[in-house]
Design a protein around this ligand. Structure first.
Ligand code: NAD
Length: 251
């Protein structure tokens, strides 16, 4: 671990009471959920254009059967537990080192690790919503896993269920809350995101135009490395966060 980089991160976080964290798929890879853009991610194995055209709201509406064949194969996540990184972030919030987490993830792992102020912008893969007109029934992923049909339907009205995740062509959730939380931060820490998914990457870009500190912890390049006060390039994110938290506690 790069000790000097960690020292600098600890110093910056200790000097502020308004630290906000932005997380992407990279924070969950150590817990066992693959990312899209990393080395083994499906953008590399299947091609980004193909994934984007299927995980699309118009494709879902036109061809729910093909959508679900793909979705069931690649997007119903394995049942995993929150990793060290999720658990440490929850502890850091409890100790007052972190104010909020804005996440692109749909795996619910921050919430399950005990983080209280989590702002998800891409929804949650654990829930499915009925698309039937006037029917607002929702179901958990167990219901969909157990359904004998490829396209899961509502037990109340027979309507098609849609995963409660933001598909391409749909607006993100919590847009205003996420943007205000990011822009209102004194220090922003981005963890496990390539910062290429908009509009969230745009909020980070807006933040970086101020004189405030931007910390990036990510394996490989991100779209905002040039604007970072400090960058830690690692895939040992859990261990790095544990060390940062330990040093903050012992100050
Ligand atoms: P992304 O843009 O957030 O990129 C992930 C980044 O994390 C990559 O740069 C990768 O090199 C890095 N990374 C991988 N493992 C890491 C580790 N252990 N420590 C530090 N960095 C690590 O996300 P994406 O993969 O391009 O996915 C795009 C969107 O798809 C997400 O915003 C999300 O909505 C959805 N998605 C969610 C999940 C999830 O909920 N766990 C998983 C895959 C994709």
């Amino acid at each position: 671990m790069e000790t000097k980089t960690i020292d600098r991160i600890v110093e910056i976080l200790a000097g502020s009471k308004n630290n906000v964290v932005v997380t992407g798929a990279g924070i969950s890879t150590e817990a066992g959920i693959p990312d899209f853009r990393g080395e083994k991610g499906i953008y590399r194995t299947l091609g980004e254009d193909r994934v984007m055209s299927i995980l699309n709201i118009s494709f879902f509406k036109k061809n729910p059967h093909a959508f679900y064949e793909f979705y069931r194969k690649y997007f119903i996540f394995p049942a995993v537990e929150p990793g060290l990184a999720h658990r440490v972030l929850a502890d850091m919030e409890k100790r007052g080192y972190i104010k909020a987490i804005v996440t692109q993830n749909i795996d619910n792992l921050h919430q399950r690790a005990g983080s209280k102020r989590v702002i998800p912008v891409h929804g949650t893969a654990d829930r499915y919503i009925c698309t039937g007109v006037g029917c607002y029934a929702s179901y958990d992923d167990e219901y969909v896993r157990r359904s004998s049909e490829v396209v899961p339907t509502c037990a109340v009205c027979g309507g098609i269920l849609k995963p409660d995740v933001v598909l391409f062509g749909e607006p993100i959730q919590n847009h205003r809350y996420a943007r205000e939380t990011i822009l209102g931060a004194k220090v922003l820490v981005v963890i496990g995101s390539s910062l290429t998914v908009f509009p969230l990457a745009g909020f980070v870009e807006e933040f970086s135009r101020s004189a405030k500190d931007l910390i990036i912890i990510n394996k490989g390049k991100t779209g905002m490395d040039h604007a970072a006060t400090i960058k830690l390039d690692t895939d040992q994110t859990g261990a790095a966060l544990e060390e940062i938290n330990r040093r903050l506690i012992s100050r």
